[in-house]
Design a binder for this molecule. Structure first.
Ligand code: ADP
Ligand code: MG
Length: 267
């Protein structure tokens, strides 16, 4: 199985509510809990509050299938026990965790060929979602999954913006354009644009080049204040081309993900 789970995946077998005992905890995110389904090893089910559930379902229905987007298999009911919401959303299992883990656990340079391949994949995914009138709104290494073949897929559209609706969640500080207008009672609704997703890609590109999370170089508390004042990091250790692209994303100089890919020589 690669980033695209086997088409043999049969979510039709899930027409009956899934018993709680048939689920095996996989991961907890900021909002959702994701379980493996014991009888369906190629699938996971994501369970979350109804508002996020409905929003994410609408977004995936609009997105359809794309090699750089989590493969969505519709919804399935889970036998109600306690306050576990039901139904959940079904996705193909992407087996190697998020892109955050390798950058957090084993800081070190990624091969330039891997950086290039991953940048091309992420920009292809972002370009596709923007073409479908979706703004991710919470793009970052925590919402990128790594497939068995080390191909990347973008995931977690629970708070995303579809056809101009407000986002229900905002980007985390490392990936948030400092001038993104915050609502008075954060969190959400937020109204980010393509340029906000591209800003977040700038941080992801920085992290892939450094082989480490941004928070290794700057503290969580100071990132927004420093960047707002135009005090970016010292990028002098980076080659001129990627440096100009990271800064270009952070300064919102690109109007589309395609333009970033072009500037990186990827298209
Ligand atoms: N298709 C998947 N395959 C494997 N793990 C997944 C999959 N989808 C989500 N996960 C895991 O579950 C975590 C939470 O999922 P996510 O959709 O990001 O929810 P949240 O909105 O709570 O952040 C992810 O960080 C990831 O570790
Ligand atoms: Mg997430």
């Amino acid at each position: 199985m690669g980033t695209e789970p086997a088409e043999a995946t049969n979510s039709d077998d899930l027409s009956e509510p899934i018993k709680r005992s048939a689920l095996q905890f996989l991961q907890k995110g900021c909002i959702a809990i994701v379980y493996r389904i014991k009888s369906q090893p190629a699938l996971v089910i994501k369970i979350q509050d109804a508002t996020y559930h409905q929003n994410e379902k609408r977004v995936y229905e609009k997105l359809g299938r794309h090699p750089r987007i989590s493969a969505f298999y519709g919804e399935a009911a889970v036998q109600q026990i306690g306050d576990l919401p039901s139904p959940g959303l079904l996705f193909g299992l992407v087996p190697n965790g998020t892109l955050r883990e390798p950058l957090r656990a084993r800081p070190g340079n990624l091969l330039p060929s891997v950086q290039g391949k991953w940048s091309a994949q992420l920009l292809d995914g972002l370009s596709y979602i923007h073409s479908r009138s979706v703004i991710h709104g919470d793009f970052g290494v925590h919402n990128v999954l790594v497939g068995l073949d080390w191909g990347l897929v973008i995931t977690d559209f629970a708070g995303s913006r579809l056809d101009g609706s407000p986002c229900l969640t905002g980007p985390s500080p490392a990936y948030r354009r400092p001038t993104l207008l915050l609502p008075p009672d954060a969190p959400g609704p937020w109204e980010p644009t393509e340029r906000d997703d591209i800003y977040a890609f700038g941080t992801v590109l920085y992290e892939m080049i450094q082989g480490a999370l941004l928070y290794r170089a700057i503290t969580r508390d100071s990132v927004l204040t420093s960047f707002t004042a135009g005090l970016y990091l010292d990028l002098s250790g980076m080659l001129a081309l990627p440096r100009s692209i990271v800064l270009g994303c952070w300064k919102c100089q690109y109007s589309s993900a395609r333009k970033v890919a072009g500037a990186l020589g990827l298209s």
